[in-house]
Design a protein around this ligand. Structure first.
Ligand code: PLP
Length: 407
């Protein structure tokens, strides 16, 4: 017996659920690549992305995934033999660093403490020690999607400033853009890398880069620049140069609609929705953890991300629970990634993008169903009840004082 027929729910940390409005916007014929309609759509998407990155600086759209965005950032700003510092709190900064190495960039890694965010003080000290200014860029990730950890980007930016260091601050916001605040200009980030398929609720296939004035100045002297990623070429007079070839038209139809949905809801509301659904998820996990078999991967509560929660299992194979949720209940959860046995030890619950109370309470309900079915200890009270209580308290309408007093 299964309960999976009907619409499956994808609760993996990317790609995420694409809203029906976005799917519908894509279901149409291609258009003239030389026409005004396409030019207008590019302008609308670039303007919308600027509002989401919170930057007045340049934005570039690449037909590529997040890895393409990483390569775009590196090749546009670095030269062979440059040294960059990876601040690593999971798997993603590390993979970005490997890409740098392949390009002929020297890589140094500053590790976060185990299961913690990057320590901005450690970054400050490392930068202060670099008196010769050997480090040309710092590569950081706002939300690491393996660990489920959120790094304090403004604190990292303040560390760069306090050290008086000239390195460019490059931040991967693939799993945080559109999920939590990111302030490119106000924080002083030089290069930000985003992707379409996570918080931005679009299908996988587009990478976005925002670049500061300073990053573009460094770019003009970089020797790793290649034609496809080249910012200067993409700023040329011909519209086709914006994509270095045919525009990914259907992706743009979808993106334009997704950006509209986000901006109509309002960025503050979008962030608050993510924070509340993350709180509800964490309330459930904390309750399950009382059974002793389940725990948060991220040790420090304030460092748990608002776009996904990575959960560890002690003495149970997380893949069995994920398989149960998928095969019996139609909810697809993320496997653990990042080495160290995380594949069998961990599960990742996404609360990212097009998520709301029914999808998240449903997801948590299915996980709890799986805990019961597989006999995984989960404490004496219900995690789902804890999640509902969290949401109920947060959403309670403000009542006039006299009524509240009357009970
Ligand atoms: C998903 C993700 C990426 C990589 O995106 P791909 O599209 O798979 O290349 C990069 N960084 C972070 C933090 C991510 O979550």
């Amino acid at each position: 017996m299964t309960l999976r027929s009907g619409r499956e729910f994808l609760a993996i940390p990317g790609p995420t659920t694409v809203p029906d409005e976005v799917l519908a916007a894509m279901h149409r014929p291609a258009i003239d690549v030389y026409g005004d309609e396409l030019i207008g759509m590019t302008d609308t998407c670039l303007a919308g992305l600027g509002r989401i990155f919170r930057t007045e600086g340049a934005v570039y759209i690449y037909p590529a995934n997040g890895h393409g965005g990483w390569e775009a950032a590196l090749t546009n700003c670095c030269s062979r033999g440059d040294k960059v510092l990876i601040v690593n709190s999971g798997m993603f900064a590390e993979a970005w660093g490997e890409m740098a190495q392949v390009l002929g960039i020297e890589v140094e890694v500053l590790e976060a403490p185990p299961r913690r965010a990057v320590d901005p003080q450690a970054l400050l000290e490392r930068l202060r020690a670099d008196r010769a200014g050997e480090l040309k860029a710092i590569l950081a990730v706002q939300i690491d999607t393996a660990a489920g950890v959120v790094n304090d980007v403004p604190a990292m930016a303040r560390a760069v400033e306090a050290a008086g260091h000239r390195a460019l601050l490059m931040v991967d916001v693939v799993a945080s853009l559109g999920c939590m605040p990111f302030e490119m200009d106000a924080w002083g980030v030089d290069v930000a890398v985003g992707g379409s398929q996570k918080g931005l609720m679009s299908p996988p296939g587009l990478a976005f880069i925002a670049a500061s004035e300073r990053a573009r100045a460094v770019h003009r002297g970089a020797d790793l620049v290649t034609r496809y990623w080249d910012w200067t070429f993409r700023e040329g007079d011909e519209h086709y140069q914006k994509y270095c070839g045919t525009a990914p038209e259907h992706m743009l139809f979808g993106l334009r609609r997704a950006l509209e949905l986000i901006l109509e809801e309002g960025m503050e509301n979008v962030f608050r929705r993510h924070a509340l659904l993350a709180d509800a998820t964490r309330a459930a996990v904390a309750q399950w953890a009382e059974g002793g078999a389940v725990e948060f991967n991220v040790l420090e509560a304030s460092e748990r991300a608002n776009s996904l929660t990575t959960v560890r299992f002690n003495g149970f194979d997380a893949r069995e629970l994920s398989a149960f949720c998928r095969d019996h209940c139609g909810v697809v959860l993320g496997y653990g990634i990042g080495g160290g046995g995380m594949g069998e030890r961990a599960m990742r619950i996404a609360h990212m993008g097009h998520v709301n109370a029914p999808t998240m309470l449903g997801t948590l309900g299915v996980i709890e169903t799986g805990l019961v079915a597989l006999g995984i200890p989960q404490g004496s009270r219900s995690g789902v009840a804890a999640a509902a209580a969290t949401l109920g308290e947060a959403l309670a309408p403000a009542r006039p004082r006299s009524m509240a007093a009357a009970g």
